[in-house]
Design a protein around this ligand. Sequence first.
Ligand code: URA
Length: 201
Amino acid sequence: HAERPPVDDRDSYLRELAGCRRCPLWENATQAVPGEGPLDAELMIVGEQPGDQEDLAGRPFVGPAGQLFDEAAEQAGLDRRRAFITNAVKHFKFTPRGKRRIHQSPNSSEISHCRWWLDAERTLVQPKLILGMGGTALESLTGDRKGILKRRGQVEHLSDGTPMFVTVHPSYILRLPDRGLRDEETARFREDLRGALDWLR
Ligand code: URA
């Protein structure tokens, strides 16, 4: 059976993660981006993987997707600093194009190798609720990424019983082709964040 993670405090978690070689993604990334927030947080927020800016900063959700998240969270009354915010995959995957680094979605093998870290974080934090944002988070947490638009806005239970509130990924909203759609989806996303908070109350 799965080994117990050698990460029973934040220091060993950060140290072990910084040296992670469980899949090849570490080779081209600047650094592993750890989850951030209090270890006694009630809410754990799970995204996909660090983007360009997160890879450089070493912090999750500080780029454009993070800005959308932060604005929606503030309007929903969700204090990001009180949540543990992390990603399903800890290294940035990209292809170089000139000076730019173009985001590539992690594949199932990378997601599954990195689930070891998400499991370690869940053991450390033991959140009351997980907010799963987007297909990669859903695949990592439930093994099934399909039907996210039907699943969003609802609570599912993971195999150990932990409740997970499903929503879309903020980058999905940023990629929508027109302003009106983006505004509508941002409003729905904000409602999902409110829904997750209401569930905790
Ligand atoms: N997208 C994610 O899923 N996570 C980040 O940290 C940044 C962008």
